[in-house]
Design a binder for this molecule. Structure first.
Ligand SMILES: [Zn+2]
Length: 192
């Protein structure tokens, strides 16, 4: 298997430093999975690696929560040669739209790029369960939960990644006087 974290670092998708997260917490690491999926050949390979784990599971459909799950979900579906559909938020609620339907008992694999708390995956599973689908498993490229995220079905990931976060008052990088940057700004996108 490829060294996913090494590749993420090469693509600038995994940065080390002192970052202000969208939550306001500070972290020495920042993960932007979209940067690791810029090249279709990389996305296809991660898709195949996830698909290999489900070859014998009679998956009929891969489904992902938009936007984060779209590229990797599509890649997994392509590798399994099954159809790909997705959920998206409508007024904050994860919803099956665009005319997608699932058959009663249809065997669905839910795929996301990164699992942190498992919230989006759980909501995606709930949306398809309400529509009669049978979500049999979930998968992600990266697990940021140290295995803790419980989505109610068996779950795998290609790699686990610890991203510690700190309140400003307890941040060791702040204490060391290191300048903090907001990821997504021009600076943080400059390739090292
Ligand atoms: Zn800090």
């Amino acid at each position: 298997m490829t060294d996913v974290l090494e590749e993420f670092t090469d693509r600038g998708a995994l940065l080390d430093g002192h970052f202000i997260l969208s939550s306001g917490l500070h972290s020495p690491r920042y993960l932007q999975c979209a940067l690791a999926l810029q090249y279709p050949s990389d996305a296809a390979r991660y898709g195949r690696e996830i698909a290999e784990r489900f070859q014998d599971k009679q998956i009929e459909t891969v489904a992902s929560p938009a936007i984060g799950g779209l590229i990797i979900g599509y890649a997994v579906a392509a590798a399994l040669n099954v159809r790909f559909i997705w959920t998206e938020r409508q007024d904050g609620v994860m919803t099956v739209r665009r005319g997608f339907t699932v058959r009663s008992g249809e065997r669905i694999l839910v795929v996301e790029d990164v699992i942190t708390t498992g919230g989006s995956t759980r909501e995606c599973i709930a949306a398809f369960s309400e529509n009669g689908g049978s979500v049999v498993a979930a998968a992600s490229i990266v697990d940021r939960s140290n295995g803790a995220a419980d989505v109610g079905v068996p779950r795998i990931s290609l790699v686990s990644l610890d991203v510690p976060s700190y309140g400003v008052d307890e941040c060791p990088m702040c204490a060391a006087g290191i300048n903090a940057v907001k990821p997504g700004s021009r600076n943080s996108l400059t390739k090292k």
